[in-house]
Write a protein that binds this ligand. Sequence first.
Ligand SMILES: [Zn+2]
Length: 99
Amino acid sequence: MWGSRKRRGDDTVECIACGETVDRSDAREYDKEGDRWDRTGKEFEHLCKSCHTDLCHQPRDELEALLVDIDAGGLDELEFLDRYCRAVEDRYGPVDSER
Ligand SMILES: [Zn+2]
């Protein structure tokens, strides 16, 4: 598989998204607790560069506007979910359809 590749001990990590084995130096740390600076007693998970890039390019900026549009703050939970689903489907199409 990686026959020509030099192995450097356990200096590789597995991407949690695609399962690809990458050099630790090429990987991005992913801390599911969202705090990369508190390293005590933690084991980090890793993402390869391309998966990490995918993550960061989710259109999260639209979410804010969408929540404002549906008046998220003034709704109870059920109303919110109902409107949220509808707003998402309006904008992006049915949630469970393959794109
Ligand atoms: Zn990956």
